[in-house]
Design a protein. Structure first.
Length: 429
């Protein structure tokens, strides 16, 4: 099978690690994989086996693989317009929250409602896409390489207790909360050390920090294994790969409830979970583990056991299965269907937004009966989707069937009024 990934390199991050693992293991399974990137320089952070092609833009005519995978919002439009094959959109984070640029946020929001088959890496992303964008997404888990991330000889030899965290100046990562929590601990534990790694050095904060700039994977396992506690302070994560890597290295984890971590972090069992943006609660959790050796060891062992459930072979096997199904379906689509939304519905027939978008498309083409069928399917899946009722009301009104038009428009009005009332009640409460 021919597979093309559309990526941008950006900064060193877990998302690129995921792409590297997926593409390398797909190649090992016998597939031909290429990576198209807009960046002029190709970083050597991860050992990519795929052929990497730098292009000034993603052009429709060059995207002719059996499978095309957009890996960020800026590539989604190009993927949705591929002339052949099945386009996918791999969603590893909720991008509108990652950027301050208002216009790019609009691009991100719009990307979720393009005619693409969606892949996501956690239950909360799957639920977000369902509830906010009316989309159905395949959940494809990600993993940890247990050969790479495992308990090894500590890289740091200091005898003092060490707290480890990733540093990023991106606000949603909440790293200043971690620094503030550590400051609260210093008086009680003066010899406690703070260790960080990341793409940029932390600010000067009045106490010593050991910092590793873009460590290699080999170094990273040693850094994790040097630590007594790993903390994560993110407000939101699509998954949270560093926490799972720390667990795989036998390190107890304290993490904020950043949503994606719910895949593996069970409070009091595999990790301690604290609210985001609460340095005091974070400091209290650290104290709890520092002063209770039995609890710290129990959390570390349970976390390690949990991490073993997240292997890459199983994850890539799931991905390959979806791609194989897509390739089989494409042969039917290419000869019988003309709309990209029909292509989406062949893989995810219960996608309400795809039915709605196809209905609008058919209505504009004058295929009224088929449009009516699509709007009815939307209502079967989501009985409270007001726009489908409005569209049906307008269709019947144009046909002169005013009784049915009145029914659907009245229903749309009732749904809107009920939604307004519920919102007002929530505001009061």
């Amino acid at each position: 099978m021919k597979i093309t990934y559309l990526v941008t390199w950006g900064t060193l991050n877990g998302g690129l690690r995921v792409i590297c693992e997926q593409t390398n293991r797909l190649i090992e399974r016998g597939h031909e994989v290429k990576i198209f990137t807009l960046k002029e320089t190709i970083p050597d952070w991860y050992p990519f086996k795929a052929k990497i092609i730098t292009v000034p833009q993603f052009e429709r005519g060059t995207l002719t693989s059996d499978i095309t995978v957009a890996c960020f919002a800026g590539a989604a439009l190009a993927a949705s317009r591929v002339p052949k094959g099945i386009p996918f959109y791999s969603i590893q984070a909720y991008e509108p929250r990652l950027y301050e640029d208002t216009e790019y946020r609009k691009v991100c929001n719009a990307s979720y409602q393009l005619p693409l088959n969606l892949l996501c890496i956690s239950n909360w992303l799957q639920e977000l896409l369902r509830d906010k964008y009316l989309r159905r997404a395949y959940k494809i888990s990600i993993g940890v390489d247990s050969k790479q991330f495992k308990p090894v000889s500590p890289l740091l030899k200091s005898p003092h207790k060490k707290i480890l965290m990733v540093f990023s100046s991106v606000q949603i990562k909440g790293c200043l909360d971690g620094i503030m929590a550590f400051r609260l601990l210093k008086e009680r534990f003066p010899e406690l050390e703070l260790v960080m790694f990341g793409n940029e050095p932390p600010p000067k904060v009045g106490f010593s920090i050991t910092f590793f700039y873009q460590p290699s994977e080999e170094e990273l396992a040693g850094i994790y294994s040097s630590s007594d506690i790993f903390i994560s302070t993110s407000l939101e994560e699509g998954f949270g790969l560093p926490q799972l890597e720390a667990m795989a290295c036998g390190v107890p984890v304290i993490t904020t409830d950043s949503k994606g971590v719910r895949e593996y972090a069970i409070d009091g069992k595999t990790a301690l979970i604290v609210p985001p943006q609460d340095p005091t609660k974070l400091a209290q959790a650290i104290i709890q583990l520092l002063e209770d050796d039995s609890l710290r060891e129990r959390i570390a062992q349970a976390g390690f056991n949990k991490a073993q459930e997240f292997g890459w072979e199983r994850a890539v096997g799931q991905l390959e299965e979806v791609f194989n199904e897509a390739k089989d379906i494409y042969t039917q689509w290419s000869s019988r269907h003309s709309s990209p939304w029909e292509r989406v519905l062949m893989l995810t027939p219960d996608d309400p937004w795809a039915h709605y978008a196809l209905g609008v498309e058919l209505k504009e083409m004058g295929e009224i009966k088929r449009a009516e069928e699509e709007f009815r399917k939307v209502i079967e899946i989501i009985p409270g989707f007001v726009f489908a009722y409005r569209e049906l009301g307008e269709l019947f009104s144009k046909e002169g069937n005013y009784q049915k038009a009145f029914y659907y428009l009245k229903k749309a009005k009732e749904i809107l009024e009920e939604g307004t009332a519920n919102k007002e009640n929530r505001r009061k409460n």
